[in-house]
Ligand binder design. Structure first.
Ligand code: NI
Ligand code: MN
Length: 226
């Protein structure tokens, strides 16, 4: 059984078979998040890109838990320089881990680390295989046609897609992404954290009505099982 817990924005915990993963660990400065990063248990920290709302509390969580940071080469080097354990990947590359595997995909966005102005490499989406399920976390991205290829080559049990518009896909583009990816389930993310990405998730739900996908709107703190 795979447990997915949402903490608002793009921050998810994934637990399966005693493995604890956290993706885009944005806790302290996340107005939607009810959990302190000090209370997060993680063996692996997966990061889609270098922006502060995704890199988030990586140093605190990875160092406290002696967790391995999994991210693109530039971000993993940045993590290593801070004394964190890391595993570098890059777009199109996958690697096996004790819980399954991770593969990075393209994402159309930026990735500069705001605090240090270092270049965080290219932004990515993340495919995670854990507990026999495949989860696609799109990171921050606009809509792109290669999502068809991602969906064709990886039967996706759960897609986590940004719908906040302004910086990423909005609900209409994210609904098109569902057509391309063909996931069994989809959870909208990256909205209502800040005024600039204010969005009614019901619009996304309505756009998916009649399509062969289950849309689950998670509130911060909610857990679902796959
Ligand atoms: Ni971003
Ligand atoms: Mn973002």
């Amino acid at each position: 059984m795979v447990k997915i817990t949402f903490h608002g924005h793009s921050c998810f915990e994934i637990d399966a078979d005693g493995h604890h993963l956290v993706i885009d660990p944005f806790f302290r400065n996340n107005p939607l998040c009810k959990v302190k990063p000090e209370d997060v248990k993680a063996d692996y920290v997966l990061i889609s890109h270098g922006h502060g709302d995704h890199w988030g509390d990586t140093p605190l969580i990875a160092s406290r838990n002696k967790a391995t940071v999994i991210a693109n080469f530039e971000l993993s080097q940045y993590a290593s320089k801070q004394g964190l354990k890391s595993h570098p990947l890059h777009i199109g590359g996958s690697a096996k881990f004790p819980f399954g595997w991770v593969k990075l995909t393209i994402a159309h966005h930026g990735s500069t680390l705001e605090s240090s102005h270092e270049h965080g490499g290219n932004p990515t989406g993340i495919l995670v295989n854990i507990g026999g399920k495949t989860i696609y976390h799109a990171g921050d991205t606009g809509l792109f046609l290669d999502m068809q290829l991602i969906g064709e080559m990886n039967p996706i049990d759960l897609a986590l897609l940004p719908i906040g518009d302004n910086f990423t896909m909005g609900p209409v583009d994210a609904a098109k992404a569902v057509d391309f990816l063909k996931p069994k389930k989809v959870v909208p993310m990256h909205y209502n954290t800040f005024d600039i990405i204010k969005q009614d998730p019901q619009q996304f739900v309505d756009l998916l009505r009649g399509k062969p996908v289950e849309c689950i709107v998670m509130n911060s703190g909610d857990t679902i099982e796959l």
